[in-house]
Write a protein that binds this ligand. Structure first.
Ligand code: NAP
Length: 290
């Protein structure tokens, strides 16, 4: 473990606005130390109007790679020299590798969703899945489901149903998957929709701190013990949705697993090394619980 940084310390970081609540500096700096790598991860608070200048700065300073977060994930694509297949279909980049001034964009949220759901692949393939949300995270979820898990049907539910409709047409066109149903987020209906789903995914920000009491459904008997409920929200660790699902015996998956696995893929792209995901996950769990 290094106690000081040297002239050849490699730089990585995060570009976004706001960034003060991000766990990425903690995850990456902890892992660099665990692995004894001479790297450091720095947060850069960058407004949309400064994105292009900031990228020139990243290249000029020889920053090895960086994460991209809200609001730049879509906008940054125009500045990439190359974009991976998944980032191109999803339409968002969350990880950039700087190879001597050539910028390559990736979407490692796909890895986060994939690794979280992998132990349940057999249950998901050929069955119906409900996805609540139609924002950037939902796009990564839908891409991963279609590409790797092949559910029989994806039920897209969103507060603004038109956005769900737009996503349906987008993925029909881009991935030739046409087994979608859509519905507006309307609580009394959700039980019926969820009843036929093996997997229910919350890809909205509902339930996120400080609105931790909110949930996409608070009705009793929303879930059964045969179902899997995955909440992308990771703060709090056990959301109100996951508490309800656990009480009803469903298998629950928290957003922290996805967060660590997406970080692990970024880490690998920058360093060529594996992240000890279990160790990092456990440390973060303790940190979040305080
Ligand atoms: P986004 O693009 O802003 O989309 C937000 C989604 O949440 C939209 O579908 C929006 O519905 C819905 N929503 C927001 N407030 C709502 C409310 N009060 N009631 C009902 N629906 C509401 O955000 P995003 O990037 O997709 O992120 C969504 C969540 O995923 C965030 O909590 C984020 O932290 C989490 N996330 C987690 C990970 C991870 O690694 N675990 C990775 C990425 C994202 P409308 O379309 O109607 O506005």
């Amino acid at each position: 473990m290094k106690d000081s940084y040297h002239l050849n310390t490699k730089l990585t970081g995060l570009l976004g606005h706001p960034i003060k609540h991000s766990y990425s500096p903690l995850i990456h700096n902890m892992t660099f130390q665990l692995k004894g790598l001479d790297y450091i991860f720095l947060p850069f608070d960058v407004l949309t109007s400064s994105l292009k200048t900031a990228l020139k700065g990243m290249i000029g300073l020889g920053i090895k790679g960086f994460n991209i977060t809200i609001p730049h994930k879509e906008n940054i694509i125009q500045y990439m020299n190359s974009v991976s297949e998944e980032a191109s279909i999803i339409g968002a980049v969350n990880t950039v590798v700087n190879d001597l001034g050539k910028l390559s964009g990736y979407n490692t949220d796909v890895n986060g969703v994939y690794e979280t759901l992998l132990p349940f692949k057999e249950e998901i393939t050929g069955n119906e899945v409900s996805v609540v949300g139609a924002g950037g995270a939902a796009r990564a979820v839908i891409y991963t489901l279609i590409r790797y898990f092949k559910p029989s049907t994806i039920f897209l539910i969103n507060r603004t149903e038109q956005r769900a409709e737009t996503l349906k047409h987008y993925f029909c066109d881009k991935m030739k998957y046409d087994s979608f149903k859509t519905r507006e987020l309307f609580p009394p209906d959700l039980i019926d929709i969820f009843r036929n789903s093996k997997l229910i995914i919350n890809a909205t920000s509902v339930g996120m701190f400080p609105e931790s009491d909110d949930t996409i459904t608070s009705l009793n008997h929303s879930f059964t013990k045969e179902q899997i409920v995955f909440d992308l929200v990771y703060n709090p660790l056990q959301t109100q949705l996951l508490k309800i699902a656990a009480l009803e015996g469903a298998t629950i998956l928290d957003g922290l697993k996805m967060l660590v696995h997406q970080a692990a893929k970024s880490f690998e792209l920058w360093t060529g090394e594996e992240m000890p995901v279990e160790e990092v996950y456990k440390t973060l769990q303790l940190y979040i619980k305080g």
